[in-house]
Design a protein around this ligand. Structure first.
Ligand code: GCU
Ligand code: CA
Length: 131
């Protein structure tokens, strides 16, 4: 089972605004990061045990270019997620990344690699391998 962490939730940070003007999001809104490479979205997630987890990041990118971002877990970059165009700001899609978590609190940060900043970020679903 996955645990959902909303970008507008209390365990998340959004360097920008929590908006609700593009329909289709989960919860009460989404993170609209400022359009700069220094704006980020960060989630604090709890893991019951150390091990592999599957992250599903829901996003919308209504611009024509990708909005790549480094996925950083507990301070270490795991990969650069592409966050390709979804065609419109109401076109939501999911990007999946497999990571290793430690037991307890983990910090998962999306750090854009271009001056366009992040796509709009809806939520992070975390599913730990059973065990
Ligand atoms: C538009 C859109 C925002 C989005 C922004 C962007 O302003 O309404 O939701 O965040 O573009 O380019 O990042
Ligand atoms: Ca934005």
């Amino acid at each position: 089972d996955a645990t959902r962490y909303e970008a507008e939730g209390s365990g998340a940070t959004c360097t920008g605004t929590i908006d609700s003007n593009h329909s289709g999001y989960s919860g009460t809104g989404f993170c609209n990061g400022d359009n700069t490479d220094s704006a980020y979205a960060e989630f604090t997630v709890q893991a019951s045990a150390a091990g592999t987890a599957t992250l599903d990041l829901r996003f919308a990118n209504g611009s024509s270019a990708g909005r790549p971002a480094d996925l950083i877990v507990n301070g270490t970059r795991v990969e650069t997620a592409s966050f390709a165009s979804t065609g419109s700001w109401t076109g939501w899609s999911t990007q999946t990344v497999t990571v290793q978590l430690v037991a307890g609190a983990n910090t998962i940060r999306l750090d854009p690699t271009t001056a366009n900043g992040l796509p709009n970020i809806d939520y992070l679903d975390v599913a730990q391998a059973s065990g």
